[in-house]
Design a protein around this ligand. Structure first.
Ligand code: ADP
Ligand code: MG
Length: 335
């Protein structure tokens, strides 16, 4: 183990890296800009994100992670290589790397993540399941024989898991998360106001005035888009209750999944969850009223972690500082 060791959360929307003893050292959108002709990577992260939707013909900006898994291995490898180099700055000691992966990754997919990370410059690679990393990041002592339930509402997916004794007992995943919420807002505005708005606008509205439950004041916001019939720029105001209306179907599906996992929990673990509450993490858990929505639907207390966007990476990093814990929670390499 060395001071260069890092934990990586390769999210659909954000890539985060936690370095031993230093904390979060990278937090960038999972976007790259590549040249169409030479396939060369021109920019990554924030810089590439600014090119999304605005790129000239010979540059494409893309997100190499889809629905929580790597869709473009070669590009992911290049990103990791770039970030690892940035972190270890000239030292020759290769880092040990903990990579967080979805709970239901197949053996072949695990192998591919390991290869990608090794090619990017890692000495040893450990895989740990995202819900476990989230729980560690949230400060839960996962070695205890108590059931804990974690709901991670990210960009591409929501991952729900019940863990006990360092392992996953029940889990499920649904392709609903922050991106789906943005899409739903775009559709709603298109249907109701006949205006086309972009993804960035939709995300902005969601973060600024969106809510998942009917609490708090009804805020409003001016949005700008393109009128469908005339094709001209147009603006209108939209309110929090309209956003809630737009998100209703997605939120309902999410709740059905959450209840499904709770129903599959062994009774002893259900009892623990009732005592301790459900831990909520992931960027989209920041949507106002998300905790209240889940609390109301399940009757179980819901605790949103303090820093839901960095929680998984933090958990990965903390596991590096505790070799016995890492041994316990890392997944096998076998395919
Ligand atoms: P992933 O792990 O899939 O990369 P994250 O956990 O980083 O995803 O969450 C990204 C999502 O969180 C995005 O869809 C983003 O719009 C959403 N998000 C971030 N901040 C907020 C906020 N304050 N309110 C609502 N959604 C938010
Ligand atoms: Mg995530």
């Amino acid at each position: 183990m060395s001071k260069n060791d890092i934990g990586i959360d390769l999210g659909t929307v954000n890539i985060l890296i936690y370095q031993k003893k230093r904390g979060i050292v990278v937090q960038e959108p999972s976007v790259v800009a590549i040249s169409k002709n030479t396939k060369e990577i021109l920019a990554i992260g924030n810089e590439a994100r600014q090119m999304l939707g605005k790129t000239p013909g010979d540059i494409i900006a893309l997100r190499p992670m889809k629905d929580g898994v790597i869709a473009e291995y070669r590009i992911t490898e290049a990103i990791l290589k770039h970030l690892v180099k940035r972190i270890i700055k000239g030292t020759l000691i290769k880092p040990n790397v903990v990579v967080c992966v979805p709970a239901r990754l197949t053996g072949v997919e695990r192998r591919a993540v390991i290869e990608t990370t090794l090619n990017a410059g890692a000495r040893r690679v450990y895989l740990i399941s995202e819900p476990i990393a989230a729980a560690i990041g949230a400060g839960i002592n996962i070695r205890e024989p108590f059931g804990n339930m974690v709901i991670d509402i990210g960009g591409g997916t929501t991952d729900i898991a019940i863990i006990s004794l360092g392992g996953i007992v029940v889990s499920d995943s649904i392709k609903i998360g922050g991106n789906k919420f943005d899409e739903a807002i775009i559709k709603y505005v298109k249907r109701k106001y006949k205006i086309i708005i972009g993804e960035a606008t939709a995300e902005n509205v969601k973060i600024s005035i969106g809510k998942a439950y009917n609490i708090g004041e009804d805020k409003e916001m001016l949005i700008k888009g393109r009128e469908m019939v005339s094709g001209l720029p147009y603006e209108t105001t939209i309110t929090s209750s309209e956003i809630l209306e737009a998100l209703r179907d997605s939120l309902e599906m999410l709740i059905v999944k959450v209840k499904g996992v709770l129903e599959k929990a062994p009774p002893e673990l259900s009892a623990d969850i009732i005592d301790k509450g459900i831990v909520l993490t992931g960027g989209a858990s920041l949507l106002e009223g998300m905790d209240e929505l889940i609390r109301n639907a399940t009757g179980v207390d819901v605790i949103r972690v303090d820093e839901p966007i960095t929680c998984v990476a933090k958990g990965a990093g903390l596991s590096l500082e505790d070799p016995e814990l890492l041994e316990r929670v890392s997944m096998s390499y076998a395919t």
